[in-house]
Ligand binder design. Structure first.
Ligand code: AMP
Length: 419
């Protein structure tokens, strides 16, 4: 299929051509036609599937087909959970909307609100926002949402994981009843389905990849290794295979800092990206990573959400996530839009229960290898502590039987240090 067959107008086809996209991705093929017909959409799509263009292209088309209203009230609202994702969605809107007469802007917290206010007061057709800053500026009557015709909730699962459910509900109440709604989510818990029922009207369901399965082109490897040997093993893997651009995940912010420091000491230029870093520091780290000035980007799950790094070759799980769905998100950072990728997990004794949870979710095993010189040795009592915890957790709420299992598991960690 080619883009023209999706019914897109010439200025959008020109913009797509400029990006050298030869054909639509699966989600674009499935989502664009019903969105253009004005339908609500419930889309299951991970980052890396081309979902942003999947909603941005038809959104731009629909808005461009009527004359801009006087004073340009906001006609489309895109809500995202993180600042990075907000910035990237806005960038996509600018890229694909280059040949159209539409104005857009992005607002998020952690930066000075004044320039955002000034842009909003000039009038914009499309607003991309994170919930906190949106509600903050709305309560100051900087803008109105009364003319919104088009509402996109992007990465809805992450939005709920980050505790934005109440904010999302508040924002829904600020929108006019008659509007088109799109909901994108990588996973579909009971909570997401409930949320979808609240605001989608007879939605068309579209899926890019089957629920909770990883992109087939990603090669998944796992090494069983002692906790204290993980850094050495990582450095060996990086050097032996001359890995150039590596995204590394840790479970905690402090873990990301520690690993970043160690890698830099050992000559692997690394930067960290997590919730304690300022917006400027995150943007700088990401830019340097994209340029190749930083070889390893060490990230926590929340901070990495929505990072747009095309053709990322390697993702490393320095620590396995305690939420199996996060593994799917993490490795979705590689093998993007059709390219091959490698996801490597370093698994110590204490994480074996996490690995089993992940395999259960994926419905396949991840081969666990031991590398010579990095044998994990016997598990100590200390090693097994978190594994026992995970086991108890599963006993209380067996996997796949109770979706609420995710919430307590997460809050246990996030109250300490997970964002
Ligand atoms: P997303 O899933 O929206 O984060 O997009 C992932 C990456 O795929 C981005 O770098 C896009 O620029 C790229 N992309 C989007 N659509 C296409 C397409 N049709 N062909 C090739 N790459 C694409």
């Amino acid at each position: 299929m080619i883009f023209k067959e999706l019914g897109l107008i010439a200025p959008l086809l020109k913009a797509v051509e400029k990006q050298n996209y030869t054909e639509p991705t699966a989600i674009q093929e499935k989502a664009i036609p019903p969105i253009l017909e004005g339908r609500d959409i419930l889309a299951s799509a991970q980052t890396g599937t081309g979902k942003t263009a999947g909603f941005t292209l038809p959104l731009l088309q629909i808005l461009s087909q009527s004359e801009p209203l006087r004073r340009r009230p906001i006609r489309a609202l895109v809500l995202t959970p993180t600042r990075e994702l907000a910035a990237q969605v806005h960038e996509s809107i600018r890229t694909y909307g280059e040949f159209l007469n539409l104005r857009s802007t992005v607002i998020f917290g952690g930066v000075n609100a004044k320039p955002q206010i000034a842009t909003l007061q000039n009038g914009v057709d499309i607003l991309v926002a994170t919930p906190g800053r949106l509600l903050d500026l709305h309560s100051q009557r900087i803008f109105s949402l009364a003319k919104v015709e088009f509402f996109v909730l992007d990465e809805a699962d992450r939005m709920l994981d980050m505790g934005f459910a109440r904010d999302v509900n508040k924002i829904l109440k600020l929108l006019p009843a008659k509007r088109q709604n799109l909901l994108f989510s990588a996973t579909f818990s009971k909570e997401i389905k409930n949320l979808a029922n609240v605001f989608l009207q007879h939605p068309v369901t579209v899926e890019a990849t089957p629920e909770n399965t990883t992109v087939e082109k990603i090669v998944q490897k796992a090494y069983h290794v002692a906790k204290i040997d993980k850094t050495e093993l990582l450095i060996k893997l990086i050097n032996d295979d001359n890995w150039k651009q590596i995204l590394i995940f840790t479970r905690t912010k402090s873990g990301a800092n520690r690993l970043g420091k160690k890698l830099n000491k050992r000559g692997v230029v690394a930067a960290e990206i997590h919730g304690d870093k300022s917006q400027n520091a995150r943007v700088k780290a990401l830019d340097n990573f994209k340029k190749g000035a930083v070889r390893a980007l060490v990230a926590t799950d929340v901070a990495a959400r929505g990072l747009d790094i095309p053709l990322l070759p390697y993702v490393v799980n320095f620590e396995l996530p305690n939420i199996p769905e996060d593994y799917v998100h993490r490795i979705g950072r590689t093998g993007r839009a059709g390219a091959n990728g490698v996801a490597v997990s370093l698994v110590d004794h204490s994480e074996m229960a996490y690995l089993r949870d992940i395999e259960k979710l994926l419905k396949h095993n991840i081969p666990l290898k031991v590398l010579e010189g990095f044998e994990p040795g016997e598990a100590t009592e200390e090693d097994l502590k978190p594994a026992k915890k995970s086991f108890q957790r599963n006993q209380k709420a067996p996997a796949n039987k109770n979706n609420n299992r995710r919430q307590p598991a997460r809050s246990k960690v996030s109250s300490r240090d997970s964002k």
